[in-house]
Design a protein around this ligand. Sequence first.
Ligand code: HPA
Length: 304
Amino acid sequence: MKLFADQLAAVVLDATVAETAAVIRAGWPELPRAAIVLGTGLGSLAEHIAIEAEWSYRDLPHFARSTADGHRGRLLAGRLAGVPILAMDGRFHAYEGYSFSQITFPIRVFAEFGVSFLILSNASGGLNPTLRSGDILLIDDHINLMGVFGSSLPAESREPMADSRNTVFPASVLRPLYDARLRNLSVKLAAEENSIPLRRGTYIAMLGPNYETRAEYRWLRTLGDVVGMSTVPEVLAAGELGLPVVAFSMVTNVFRPDDAQQTTSDEVIHAAANAEPNLRRVVTRLLIECDTNSPLAPHPTPLP
Ligand code: HPA
């Protein structure tokens, strides 16, 4: 009975993904090479996309709505540096009340289009004291403290480890969730682009929506380099779908144990916008390089 419910949920999910993809295809009959998720304050990157079609999330079936500050809530189809892409201008967060399957639904749609890889971006708070506001950090790995775990299936039909659709465990063990080839390429391209400094490290995901207390920052510092409230659900879903991911974090504020200042969302959005040109250069080079040299085969089918 339970197995039947799971299978039914999976069939329904596949049908909703196909329905959304059909709406996008009807307005934009191209094959996107990659998909990009623009996080907090990074919406200005969208101004550099030659937009050929766009949809408010409100007009896309089964998409949630963006409610967070600094997230516009539209899907863009077009070209960045001539490369056909789909881009989310604004993402969904668990703190907005969305479930894992709602947050990651767009990732399933991107996979349906057969994109070769996914580029994620976010804003984060720096924990590592050598970080500066405006730094770009390439995420090597994460620690998930969101209380939101990997399954694209609705929570009510989830039975961890019961079948492969319900778990990302096999994929993450067999290969890193953050694609090693894309990470190495990003480091090389950032160095070539007038030596854009690219930091690397571990991203810790908290549920939010509040920024951390001083005690939490101190504790999190022992675990990783930056802290944010997103990205991990999308990465888990991409792992489940066999879609290579690269993720960049814009450090918008750095925790200083001796400084009593509070982080505000305006400060975070402003700092992310200032650092956007460097991130845009790295992302653009990555797209051009992957388009020209095709280092990535189309994404493999999910593991059995
Ligand atoms: N904490 C959590 N998320 C964030 C922060 C932070 O300090 N800065 C930007 N996003």
